[in-house]
Design a protein around this ligand. Structure first.
Ligand code: ADP
Length: 198
């Protein structure tokens, strides 16, 4: 089965594009969902994360407090590496398990940090969603309660757009409206079906 890795900076439109592929009947395996499950109540990564960051990063419900962890790793990059050292191998293993249980012509692995976390070996092609930074900031503000400083800090922890684009096999520009995005996804869907046949 052809495996397409979908990535892009925060707010570029990955989740929106994912939903559009799902609407075409294509399975999307989402690293964020896996990561949330690993760090939700009873999640497989929680004990090891607690051992490094302490009880303060665990909510009363027994889940990882993502906002607190985000602050901690911004202040101390070595903690980010430790956190990723716990999470990334677990995410990778779970994605492989899900891929092997998936049927169809092709599937999508949606991984925000596909390139940063060296997971590109899991995929046959890299699809990058790209949009202007100012549009991305406006869209994220509309989607979540994050302020501009936090958004820019998250962006600065991701690779820059030019480096990401340079790794892409396919690029979706998401500067226009959702209808245009729909058209681009439909064209890529046809292309991937064709590639999967050859
Ligand atoms: P990502 O998953 O890359 O962080 P999202 O797909 O969640 O980005 O998009 C961020 C926000 O912008 C969402 O609220 C989404 O509905 C909106 N959005 C995405 N693409 C467009 C577009 N072309 N026009 C208008 N709003 C968009």
């Amino acid at each position: 089965m052809l495996i397409v890795g979908l990535t892009g900076g925060i707010g570029s439109g990955k989740s929106t594009v994912s939903r559009m592929f799902v609407a075409h009947g294509i399975p999307v395996i989402d690293a964020d969902v896996i990561s949330h499950n690993l760090t939700g109540p009873g999640g497989a990564a929680l004990d090891r994360i607690r051992a490094i960051f302490g009880d303060e990063v665990i909510t009363d419900e027994g889940a990882l407090n993502r906002a607190v962890v985000r602050e901690r790793v911004f202040e101390r990059p070595e903690l980010r590496r430790k956190l990723e050292g716990i999470l990334h191998p677990l995410v990778r293993r779970e994605m492989l398990r899900k891929v092997s249980a998936t049927k169809g012509a092709y599937c999508i692995l949606a991984v925000p940090l596909l390139i940063e976390s060296n997971m590109t070996d899991l995929v046959d092609r890299i699809l990058v969603v790209d949009a202007d930074v100012s549009a991305r900031i406006q869209r994220i503000k509309g989607r979540s309660g994050l302020d501009e400083t936090t958004i820019r800090r998250i962006m600065s922890a991701q690779i820059d757009d030019a480096t990401r684009r340079a790794r892409a096999d396919d690029i979706i520009r998401n500067d226009d409206d959702l209808e245009q995005l729909q058209t681009e996804v439909a064209a890529l869907h046809r292309r991937y079906l064709e590639l999967a046949r050859t």
